[in-house]
Write a protein that binds this ligand. Structure first.
Ligand SMILES: *Cc1c(COP(=O)(O)O)cnc(C)c1O
Length: 401
């Protein structure tokens, strides 16, 4: 389609592909052959659109943030994915993938989760569609994200704590792939971000592309033109960013800034800034940028934000960044905390700590007064209130809490 889309072989430039064990080969090629005809079928489109509207609550508002606009000297619009059912953008993707699983005759759903947001979004659509749901989650995350584990269980999912490696997201992905190898026939693996073997990065980007599809007509309504000057989003694996930029990737009028998690800083060992610190390698089925030691051991990612805690990045984003189409900013923990308080006090919106990384990017850019800036608030911050309060010294300008 365009130079930033996936090619016939499943690559974005030099990144991507499908590096899977032989036992999954048939599964993956079946999916490669099935996904586009399904996504383009009338049946699928009708069901998907209907659920996005009546179940998820789309379109999500494009909100003109008056006070923040004044502060940053631009016309700032927030794309409110935080208002979706289950509190983030992840449900756009899980709805689409479960419809796909049903059309392919699969009876069992598996998924990986880090913070638990993708696990909850998957367990939710499994309840909706009456499908068996099993979730892999690092033991460390099971302990620190207890509420989401309880939500998944209440929704009827089985949650398996993973005890290999660092017991976090990356290990949960490996375990989900291992399970998939054991039950390839009946299982559909719902991948949570623009990662994994082809065609997953393309599937997830297409499911999230509803975000920029809406931005286009919402901007036309509000500004009389259907494109912004700037797009800003945070990146973990890359799904909310992919959705935000999907319809604008080839539009050179639109500058794109993505915020990855710097943790304590990109010059420290405590970082999740894959595009700043990663080198080429293969992780979870695709060639991309990976944080790894010189001999190829995956390094643990570190950030205050559980949803950005991944040592890889989607191949689409590795390509966009390396070709210079997107600019990548590393946002440190303290900058994200500050930005989270700022949005809360200036607009009455408590953002997810992941989304606060995107807000923090505003401070690093300079705008002219009539620049139209669209920033995606990927999720709500209810899950992060404790983290904000425990780190409130980063935001002392907003008062004593
Ligand atoms: C999971 C998550 C992210 C990071 O994932 P992407 O695939 O990069 O979008 C960001 N924000 C929120 C609220 C999340 O739940």
């Amino acid at each position: 389609m365009t130079k930033y889309q996936v090619d016939q072989q499943g690559f974005f430039g030099r990144f991507g592909g499908a590096y899977v064990p032989e036992i999954l080969y048939k599964c993956v090629t079946d999916l490669q052959e099935a996904y586009l005809p399904i996504i383009e079928s009338e049946d699928f489109r009708r069901e998907y659109r209907e659920l996005l509207k009546d179940y998820v609550g789309r379109p999500s508002p494009l909100y003109y943030a008056r006070r923040m606009s004044q502060r940053y000297g631009c016309r700032l619009y927030l794309k409110r994915e935080d208002l979706n059912h289950t509190g983030a953008h992840k449900i756009n993707n899980t709805i689409g993938q479960i419809l796909m699983a049903k059309k392919m005759g699969k009876t069992r759903i598996i998924a990986e989760t880090g913070a638990g947001q993708h696990g909850v979004a998957t367990a939710t659509v499994c309840a909706l569609m009456d499908m068996k749901c099993e979730i892999f989650m690092g033991k460390t995350d099971v302990e620190r994200q207890h509420t989401n584990v309880e939500r998944m269980k209440m929704l009827g999912a089985e949650v398996y704590p993973v005890t290999t490696g660092n017991m976090t997201l990356s290990d949960a992905c490996s375990e989900a792939i291992r399970d998939w190898c054991c039950h390839p026939q009946e299982t559909f693996y719902i991948v949570g971000s623009t990662m994994g073997p082809h065609p997953y990065p393309d599937i997830v980007a297409r499911m999230q592309s509803i975000i920029s599809e809406e931005i286009r007509w919402q901007l036309e309504e509000k500004e009389g033109r259907d494109y912004p000057d700037y797009l800003i989003a945070c990146v973990g694996g890359g799904s909310n960013a992919a959705g935000t930029i999907y319809h604008y990737m080839d539009d050179d009028r639109v500058k794109i800034y993505l915020a990855e998690a710097g943790g304590h800083g990109i010059d420290t060992d405590h970082t999740a800034a894959t595009m700043h610190c990663g080198t080429e390698g293969i992780i979870h089925g695709s060639r991309t940028l990976v944080m790894q030691t010189p001999d190829g051991q995956i390094k643990e990612a570190f950030t205050i934000s559980a949803g950005l805690d991944y040592p890889g990045i989607g191949p689409m984003h590795a390509h966009l960044a390396q070709s210079g189409r997107t600019k990548i900013l590393a946002i440190n923990d303290d900058e994200a905390i500050y930005a989270g308080y700022e949005l809360t006090r200036m607009e009455g919106i408590i953002p997810a700590i992941e989304s606060a990384h995107a807000i923090a990017a505003l401070k690093k850019l300079s705008f002219s007064a009539d620049d139209v800036v669209v920033l995606t608030v990927s999720g709500r911050g209810d899950k992060d209130v404790k983290t904000y309060l425990n780190n409130k010294e980063s935001a002392k300008e907003y008062g004593n809490f």
